[in-house]
Write a protein that binds this ligand. Sequence first.
Ligand code: SF4
Length: 378
Amino acid sequence: MSGLYLHIPFCKQACSYCDFYFVTRQGKKQDFVAELIKEIHSKKDTRYTTEIVKTVYFGGGTPSLLSPKQIEQILEAIEQVFELHPEEVTLEMNPDDVNKEYLADLRSAGITRASMGVQTFNQQLLNFMNRAHSKEEALHCLEVLSSSGIHSYTVDLIYGNPDQTLEMLEKDVDVLLGFNPPHVSAYSLTIEPKTRLGRQLELGSLIAPEDDLVALHFDLVEKRLREVGILQYEVSNFAKPGFEARHNSAYWSHENYLGLGPGAHSFWWNDIGQSAERWINEPDLNSYLSGGWENRAEVDQLSKHDLAEERLMLGLRTVQGLDLSNLEKQYDFKLNPKQEIYLHQKVKEGKAVFTESRLYLTKEGLKIADAITLDLLS
Ligand code: SF4
């Protein structure tokens, strides 16, 4: 089983924190769709079409800048080339693109799940993030979404913004919970170097919040969501039981996925399951439009050992954690005595649970999952 990721590289404007690949020119959308369909057809009868496709994810960029007709055309092409038995077809949307008709048409086109980029309901913070939507649009999109018939959806929330108080965050969470969402993805703001915020940080005109305050932000989000049955299942993801994202969960468990479109990432095991390849399509719309789909910006060959370490890292970010016997069976990987001593120490600190067959981090451990993995593997 595998997943498909489609990168739709258009945005209305550049959000101040974003380092994804996108362009703000809108003129080439139809050309892009035509080219994407050609790229899909170019995969016919290749190794990428030998597995049943269970999930499709339209990411970006801003996929909701495409029309339902264009989404339908893309899905039709996928059906012609891949063996599609969809359990989940997700489309990332921005609040300013969404209305009742748009959602109804997307549903008819085959979209079963929405990922809504709300981030905050606070107008001052929306301005700081340079989001294209307003507070009113953030409210409106959730109103129409909750009555759209698309029952599975997630709402993105960003906490840990400079000058964001706990009271401001609590208000955001209150408003969000008023819509009874089945899934929430909550991220602390990360300031990447090549973004507007990154430059401001470098120039000293922006001060990132203290880690302790960001930790309090996280605690507030986790507690409020838990109280209404939206439970953490990965470092940044929370869901009511049964609404966990299948596409993303497949990334964490190393299932094959193929990325199409400029800047898309892919992961594919080789034929004998001994190693895998991960690559990024060239993030260049112009090159893509002239047929450069095969151009890869980065290719990583991953040995079984690389994959085991990566699986450990991804698994420790999930509440479920890792099945250690599976790690040994699939990746020939066993924790060494030094790693076991380190993990027993984390157990004593209340940050991990470590038995013969299972390893997972507690709520406290998940807060520093990346640091624990780094210590474990270095
Ligand atoms: S809409 Fe999404 S992809 Fe586009 S700039 Fe903003 S965060 Fe980045």
